[in-house]
Design a protein around this ligand. Structure first.
Ligand SMILES: Cc1ncc(COP(=O)(O)O)c(C=O)c1O
Length: 393
């Protein structure tokens, strides 16, 4: 006898990723012949640099086709640990490969972290707007996401005072993302230090998602928590290769965490996916260790992102009083929708103007929309002109 499917309580309230849903709707419209400019995607539109693709092929030919250690191949973990150690600048013991867990994308690294650190009844502070998946990841750990509205006067970033306002005795940690998806705002070293210090003083876990750190416009790289924290016992630092090196499909990310946390995350991962794809780990190793080629590739891509950002901002100045976060990193523009309804506006842009953007409701701020400029410059410019033209329609 067949029974109707009733989702288990584990997933009963889970929602599909809104950003992926937008891209699917855009693809569906394209499939029926509509010309759609997809500014919904959170993925660089560049090819993976050739030296990384070549290194991957070489790794396969050299036999990188079997399981590896669950937490990843040693040279990759060592390269990640060496970078973290350099940032610590002698403030504490060198970071070891045993404190690094390589995962299937930074998404899995974040899930490993939230699932290992937080549990039923815990409260986790989420500065909003916040990347879609944090809400669900905290929920999967059966913890409660506590939204902390960012300060409009500070590019929607949070401050220690704002975080304190939402803290309770049940607060166990906080998720931070700089440069931010969706706003592109970057926490400078002082802002970051103030938050790390607060987390340390209050005994909170700080999960710092630095996936966009290399995509910045007024500095070489966004500050990392490891650059500023006086100690790192309460810090889990997340990064990956997807965005900086245009390697989204390789699915390699990692966490650097205190050893006991790293061991727990590895145990969790040993029962879910085991190691991240072996050849992808070698691809990531090439990206992290062949620095001359990698730096040149990143410079080129970031230069193009910057040109698009500047072009887009220049066109949008035609909208008087536009409430927009001036982005200094990542590849998104975040602005308040006309009429204050981001969902209605995103629908109107898609149906009337053929432009796919993500409603701010996905990020906890329903009156805003996110526009990605990870698309051809001509398309970005075309879309911005259409946004200006249709603004008060
Ligand atoms: C803030 C943020 N963190 C993590 C990820 C996940 O990246 P990955 O492809 O490494 O899983 C994304 C991807 O959109 C992101 O925007």
């Amino acid at each position: 006898m067949s029974r109707p499917f009733v989702p288990s309580p584990n997933v009963a309230s889970i929602k599909e990723s809104a950003t992926i849903a937008v891209s699917q709707r855009a693809k569906a419209l394209r499939a029926v012949g509509r010309a759609i400019i997809d500014l919904g995607a959170g993925e660089p539109d560049f090819d993976t640099p050739a030296f990384i693709r070549d290194a991957t092929k070489q790794a396969l030919d050299d036999g990188a086709t079997r399981y590896t250690a669950v937490d990843g191949i040693l040279p990759l973990r060592e390269a990640i640990a060496a970078d973290a150690t350099r940032r610590r600048a002698g403030r504490d013991a060198p970071v070891t490969a045993g404190e690094v867990v390589v995962s299937t994308g930074s998404k899995q690294a974040l899930h490993n972290a939230t699932f290992s650190l937080f549990g039923p009844g815990d409260e986790v502070l989420l500065p909003v707007p916040s990347w879609v998946s944090y809400f669900e990841m905290v929920g999967l750990a059966r913890a409660n996401a506590i939204e902390v509205p960012g300060d409009p006067a500070r590019g929607l970033k949070v401050t220690p005072a704002l975080l304190e306002r939402y803290a309770t005795p049940r607060t166990r940690g906080l998720m931070l993302n700089s440069p931010s998806n969706p706003t592109g705002a970057v926490y400078d070293a002082d802002e970051l230090r103030a938050i790390v210090d607060l987390a340390a003083a209050r005994g909170w876990w700080l999960v710092s998602d630095e996936i966009y750190a290399r995509i910045t416009y007024s500095m070489a790289e966004a500050p990392s928590v490891f650059d500023v924290a006086s100690h790192r016992e309460n810090v889990v630092c997340i990064n990956g290769v997807a965005k900086a090196y245009a390697m989204t499909g390789f699915r390699i990310g990692w966490a650097v965490a205190p050893r006991a946390v790293a061991q727990t995350m590895t145990a969790l991962q040993s029962h879910t996916t085991s190691n991240a794809a072996t050849e992808s780990q070698y691809a990531a190793l090439a990206a992290l260790t062949r620095t001359t080629e990698a730096d040149a590739a990143v410079r080129d891509m970031v230069g193009e992102f910057k040109a698009r950002r500047d072009a887009a901002l220049g066109i949008l100045t035609a909208i008087p009083g536009l409430d927009l976060v001036k982005p200094d990193g990542a590849f998104y523009l975040y602005f308040r929708a006309p009429g204050g309804d981001g969902t209605a506006y995103a629908t109107r842009l898609l149906e009337d103007e053929g432009i796919a953007v993500v409603p701010g409701a996905a990020f906890g701020t329903p009156d805003w929309v996110r526009v990605s400029y990870a698309a051809a410059r001509a398309d970005v410019e075309d879309a911005m002109h259409r946004i200006v033209r249709s603004w008060s329609a």
